[in-house]
Every structure is written in structure tokens, then in C-alpha cells.
Design a binder for this molecule. Sequence first.
Ligand SMILES: NC(=O)c1ccc[n+]([C@@H]2O[C@H](COP(=O)([O-])OP(=O)(O)OC[C@H]3O[C@@H](n4cnc5c(N)ncnc54)[C@H](O)[C@@H]3O)[C@@H](O)[C@H]2O)c1
Length: 249
Amino acid sequence: MNARLEGKVAIVTGAASGQGAATARALVRHGAHVMAGDIDEQGLAALSTESPNIAVMRCDVTRRADVEALVAATEEQFGGLHAMLNCAGYLGATGPLIETTEQMLNRIIDINFKGVFYGCQAAIPALQRSGGGAIVNWGSVNSLVAEPEIAAYSATKGAILMITKSVAVEYANYDIRANCLCPGGVTTPMVAGFFNDEFLADEQAQRDYQPLGLISPDEVAEVAVFLVSDESRKMTGSAVMVDAGYTAS
Ligand SMILES: NC(=O)c1ccc[n+]([C@@H]2O[C@H](COP(=O)([O-])OP(=O)(O)OC[C@H]3O[C@@H](n4cnc5c(N)ncnc54)[C@H](O)[C@@H]3O)[C@@H](O)[C@H]2O)c1
């Protein structure tokens, strides 16, 4: 067994699906114990059957008390916390900026911005108690570049990069690192509406969209493992692009 993360305890939010689920699996594969949080209890139940080293707990990241409870349960069950991976996210309805409803705007801000902020707030004291650790926040290529009709989503992803940098400069003295993982187009349920069957069958169309084509959740997960591992110990405050070249031009 690859024991790169032996002895480490990690939390993954948004772990019931897509990149969060792939990341929970990858962390366990590399030797970590994982607490998986999500609002999708069915997805969590399925994930929990995959390994005795994955515990699950319902957690709505828009509620600070839920996120604090997730951290407390992790420390109680596994004896500490070494990594917090804030992956839960919400694309919301796409459309013109001027048509974004107040309700939709609030939902996107609550999940993406406040969810990641609460995740950092709740994790930092626990990471301090463990003598340091790593935070990985899921941004997006839209942390850096805009696209039409996803203004609110992109604005929150830009903010997540700044939350990450703020943690990096404020908590380096505690050996807490924070990096912002910025994926391009990844084949998950979130973007199933964009990547229809025709697109998924057309490799050239995928390469026209992103030079190296679409990304799998597992390919993102391996980078998340690296950002948690000691191999990235001098990386903090970075926007880590896993975008198959999307932002290269
Ligand atoms: N798929 C892509 O192309 C892409 C690209 C860039 C960034 N991202 C980001 O990657 C992250 C993971 O998304 P994904 O692609 O795996 O999508 P996904 O839809 O498969 O997974 C998102 C997960 O977040 C959970 N979630 C939503 N609201 C929540 C809440 N309030 N509390 C707890 N959990 C909640 C969902 O239940 C789901 O399990 C997101 O932050 C997303 O913005 C995705």
C-alpha cells in the first residue's frame, strides 16, 4: 500500500459526488483517514461502504454550526485533523448577470463563499492543535478568468482564492498551508448540462475546449493528495491550475 498520507486525518466537504468523492477515495488510498461531509446523505451512505477508513456525516456548509460539528466529530473519532479540503460548491442557474435573482445570488454566495470561509474558520483551530496542516479550497479556472453567464459563480470563486491567500499569510507561523485548487472542465454531475453526450463522444471538440481535453475527478484528486502531502510543504497561497491548459492562452 502507498502510505504517503499514513497517520493523516482529513475532512472533505462535498464528498458525496464528483471531485469530493474521488478525493476522499484518493486520500484513503494514500493512507489517510477521512471524514466526508455533504448534504447528500444517500451519496454519503454509498461512499461509507467503500472503506472502513471513511466516516461520513451530514454537513451543510452554509451553516457554520454544521461545519464546526464536522470538525469536532473528526477530532473525536480520529484524534486530530491534518487537512481540510473544502470541495462543496454550487454552480447555480446560468444566465445573464442582470437576470441573476437575489435568491440565486444568495445561494451561490452561501455555498461557495461562506461555505469555504466557514470551513477554514472551523478547521484552523483544529489544525493548530495538531501542530499544523493543509487546507485545500476548490476554486476554478473562474477564480482567474471570466466566462459569460456565470458571473455570481465566478465572483465567489475569485473570492475563494483570496480567502486562501489570507489564510496562507495569516497562519503560516502555525505551519498551516492553504492552496486553491483551480480545475477546468471536469466530468461531474455539476456540469453534465454543458458536456452532453455528443460533446463527450467528440475528442477534438473537447481539445478545442481545453488543450488536453476534459479532466476526470480522479485526475483532480491526485493533485489534491499532493497538496495535502509533505511533498508540497513549501507551497502555500497558490492558485493551482488543474485545467488541461484552459487558461494557458
Ligand atoms: N466540474 C467542473 O467542471 C468544475 C470546474 C471547476 C471547479 N469545480 C468545483 O469543484 C467542486 C466540486 O464540484 P464537482 O464538479 O465535483 O460537482 P458535484 O456536483 O459532483 O459535487 C458537488 C458536491 O457538493 C455538495 N454540496 C452542494 N451544496 C452543499 C452544501 N450546502 N453543503 C455541503 N455539500 C454541498 C453536493 O451535494 C455535491 O455532492 C465545486 O467547488 C465546483 O465549483 C468544478
